[in-house]
Design a protein. Sequence first.
Length: 281
Amino acid sequence: MSEPTLSVRGLTKTYGARPTLLRRDPHRLTAVDEVGFEIAPGQTLGLVGESGAGKSTVGRLVLRLIEPDAGTIDLLGTDLAALPRGDLRRMRARATMIFQDPYTSLNPRMLIKDAVAEPLIMHTDDSRRVRHAKALDMVRRVGLTAAHMERYPYEMSGGQLQRVAIARALITDPAFIVCDEPVAALDVSTQAQVINLLNDLQQERGISYLFISHDLRLVRLIADEVAVMRRGRLLEKGPAVRLFDAPEHAYTRELLAAIPGRTPRARRFTGGRSEPVGHER
């Protein structure tokens, strides 16, 4: 059995709250409380829960975009929590993030071709010509054209920009990607296209995803396993098929009951057809 791409143990993050008139002494707020999970190579863990559950904080912690207070983060066989800053920067070529809002994650003054190629400047010694060729290939891979390379972000739709964000995340050939609400701002048809794209790229490249979302319908379409968070703690985790069909925790049952139009057999988007959840990929 292969080693997990990501293994997290005891991950904890607290923040200090400001003093108020009623409470003069600052107190601590626990955003993430001893969270642990694993993600196997080529698999997707869906991390779900209500707003404020700590999901996005976990996504940033596992990449050390924010620093944990405690816990271990074993990423690709490396203890990320103990990695010096210089080595951490190099590791980020292999572990990247797709943010929720492509409008704010992309530089509005930068052409798309430069935005997609920018990670190559930080992580490779490629010439400008090679960087451009790789960026063009990746832009085409995510369903855009060479003409899109010469545009600025404001000249593109939300769906097109999210494809740019995916291309930028993939340009360094990562093994692991945190997808933080990557389709929440898109319409339903565009969501389907992006989910299909992520599934296709995973099958092609063997990428592992941490897919963070409050929308359980989307999680059911992409996740192999699902973890449920509430108030910073992990309440339940298991295979997607089992968790959706027979949840063990009362809070998970509440989340599932709130899905609009829920049916016993949700189905995956697969281009022009659909497959039952749990179909082997």
